[in-house]
Design a protein around this ligand. Structure first.
Ligand code: AFP
Length: 330
């Protein structure tokens, strides 16, 4: 059976009026950049991707060589297409408007060029996350135009550079998975309309933070750990890759709940709203899952800073609803 390529998939969405040519070009450009990043990741230390770049990013984190390389690949790929007004990267403090010597378009792009940096040197899956918003017409693309709630996204996606390179995207009519065919070097459709099971027996959280959790989170995890003799009446399994892209890809593939709650140390949570939580929440909801900060739907949160952090609870709908109810009753 011949599988559809990413290009064919996007052409069909354009023909159906779901996306326009500029958005199709933008997604294809990002996918092409992800292929280049995948090649760098797979080279590892042979390609200079390992080790520290000796610089800090806006988050105050030491940048890895691959962080810098991935950011540069995405910046170069997205400056000349004429479909972007501006872009924001986890690796850069300020908004980067499209250079004036190129035409500007109607879209705003936000990305985490390399998610899971702490896993690069130890050969564990890492990835790229992106989010697309519309730029209001006739306005200078500054920080304010980016501060839109996640429900305004017109597209979102992420790549996982693992045993295979996977690309998951949504343009608002379901979540779709593509696998990089390394013989033709093209993304081919391998997961049509992803559906997250509403129930699960698998949770993902960094339990080393347990002493810092708020009571509703502690209650939920304690009940999972109590297993079939406890209030849940069933045993749970645990996973924690420490690359959001890998943990979310697993949740999309077989269900689960992924949590990075706020705690006494990370008072706003650790993950970034604009280019981690929002795109992942959009994809998870399109796959029938749920995504909150423990209390509020992530896609309804009004951002107030580009790089603001947020608590994240996402995945199988019935489990996310349970955690949200524990917060509401606390
Ligand atoms: P890095 O990119 O700094 O490795 O952070 C990855 C991440 O933002 C997200 O992908 C993980 O889910 C989370 O942080 C892991 O955080 P911990 O290292 O505290 O478990």
């Amino acid at each position: 059976m011949r599988r559809a390529s990413l290009t064919q998939f996007l052409i069909e969405r354009q023909r159906a009026g779901r996306i326009n040519a500029d958005l199709r070009l933008l997604i294809e450009t990002i996918a092409r950049a992800c292929k280049a990043i995948s090649t760098r990741v797979n080279k590892g230390s042979l390609g200079g991707g390992h080790g520290s770049a000796g610089s800090e990013n806006v988050q105050g984190e030491i940048q890895k060589n691959l962080d810098v390389m991935s950011n540069e690949i995405l910046l170069e790929a997205n400056e000349w297409g004429g479909n972007l007004a501006a872009l924001v990267s986890e690796e850069m403090e300020d908004v980067k408007p499209t250079p004036t010597h190129y035409p500007r378009g109607e879209y705003l792009l936000l990305f985490d060029p390399l998610d899971g940096s702490s896993n690069i040197d130890v050969n564990i899956s890492v990835g790229t996350i992106f989010s697309v918003l519309r730029c209001p017409k006739g306005v200078e693309p500054d920080e304010k135009v980016f501060l839109q709630p996640g429900r305004n996204q017109v597209a979102a996606g992420f790549a996982v550079y693992g045993p295979t390179t996977q690309l998951v995207i949504t343009v608002g009519d379901g979540a779709y998975g593509f696998t990089l065919d390394r013989e033709t070097f093209t993304f081919v459709l391998t997961q049509e309309r992803i559906k997250i099971p509403e129930d699960t027996a698998e949770f993902a959280i960094n339990t080393s933070n347990m002493r810092r959790w708020e009571p509703p989170v502690k209650r939920y995890i304690d009940e999972c750990l109590a297993g079939k003799d406890g209030p849940r009446g069933k045993d749970f399994n645990m996973r924690w890759v420490a690359s959001m892209v890998a943990d979310v890809y697993r949740v999309l593939s077989r269900g689960g709940i992924f949590m990075y709650p706020r705690d006494s140390k990370n008072k706003d949570g650790r993950l970034r709203l604009m280019y981690e939580a929002n795109p992942m929440a959009f994809i998870v909801e399109q796959a029938g899952g749920a995504a909150t900060d423990g209390r509020n739907r992530i896609l309804d949160i009004q951002p107030h800073k580009l790089h603001q952090r947020i608590a994240v609870v996402l995945g199988s709908k019935n489990e996310v609803d349970r955690v949200t109810s524990y917060h509401a009753n606390s």
